[in-house]
Design a protein around this ligand. Structure first.
Ligand code: NAD
Length: 248
């Protein structure tokens, strides 16, 4: 294993435009389970019923039931050593951008300043009728008095600014993420199965640019064969080892 940490550290040392691509796995050690593993959210809440856009319009109360459980997890979560390591790599001028599939705000809380959120963010919400924007805290106040929050201005449905199943990804964010990956001289993928499309298409850009790839995930991914370094382990344990090797 030490050999892999050293190899990852050597690559990081020699590069200056590093881009990270993260998935639900990076937040598991912060107490937010990925949804598809055993015990994950989709075992109890069928995503077609609870997290699909037309289902949200038809039965928003179901979505809000699931959302309140997820919200409790997100609000009590803290960045773990993997999030903090990515913030440190930005601080020393190595990491330029984090592209994330997560909606939990943990990269920003860890200190990363450039975070592209492919699946949106749970920090804000919008009225689907008049597009008025709301902070999470205000939406939470609404939920204390009603099961389905509605816009105080026009009575439209309020939806967190997260991408639900069958909704398109924000095109400008996706395009910016692609541009960053095309520019990267090293790509680090952390805690992603690289199988939830269209986001999962992004790291495949390395096959086009030839930029080296480091993958940290606790199970194999379809891009492992394209990577210079593959470390199968828990991100929160692996990253401190890589940082140690980097600082030696
Ligand atoms: P995913 O496809 O990104 O897969 C997660 C991967 O992380 C899996 O391969 C898993 O084996 C691995 N993993 C789990 N724990 C790990 C650890 N400690 N260290 C390293 N790797 C670990 O994500 P998904 O679960 O299929 O979720 C799909 C989408 O659902 C996400 O892209 C996101 O939009 C949403 N989601 C967000 C959050 C969040 O914001 N924290 C959590 C769950 C799901």
């Amino acid at each position: 294993m030490q050999n892999l940490y050293d190899k990852a550290a050597e690559l990081i040392k020699s590069k200056s435009y590093i881009v990270a691509f993260t998935g639900a796995g990076i937040s598991v050690e912060s107490g937010i389970p990925d949804f598809r593993s055993a015990g994950g959210l989709w075992e109890r809440y069928n995503p077609n019923e609870y997290a699909e856009y037309s289902a949200f319009l038809k039965t928003p109360e179901k979505f809000w039931t699931m959302h309140s459980e997820l919200s409790d997890l997100v609000l009590s979560a803290k960045p773990n050593p993997a999030h903090l390591a990515l913030a440190e790599l930005e601080e020393i001028g190595k990491l330029q951008t984090v592209i994330t599939q997560n909606i939990d705000n943990l990269h920003q809380r860890a200190g990363n300043s450039r975070v592209l959120e492919l699946h949106g963010s749970g920090e804000t919400a919008s009225c689907l009728s008049c597009q008025k924007q709301f902070d999470r805290t205000l939406v939470e106040e609404f939920i204390e008095i009603t099961t389905v929050p509605r816009c105080p201005t026009c009575d439209g449905l309020i939806k967190p600014n997260v991408v639900l199943f069958s909704e398109p990804l924000p095109a400008n964010v996706f395009e910016e993420a692609r541009r960053e990956l095309l520019r990267a001289d090293l790509v680090i993928v952390v805690g992603s199965s690289i199988s939830v499309f269209p986001a999962a298409a992004l790291p495949y850009v390395v096959n086009q640019t030839g930029a080296p790839l480091i993958i940290v995930n606790d199970e194999p991914t379809p891009l492992d064969t394209s990577a210079e370094v593959v470390i199968h382990g828990k991100a929160g344990e692996v990253f401190p080892q890589i940082l140690n090797a980097l600082n030696e």
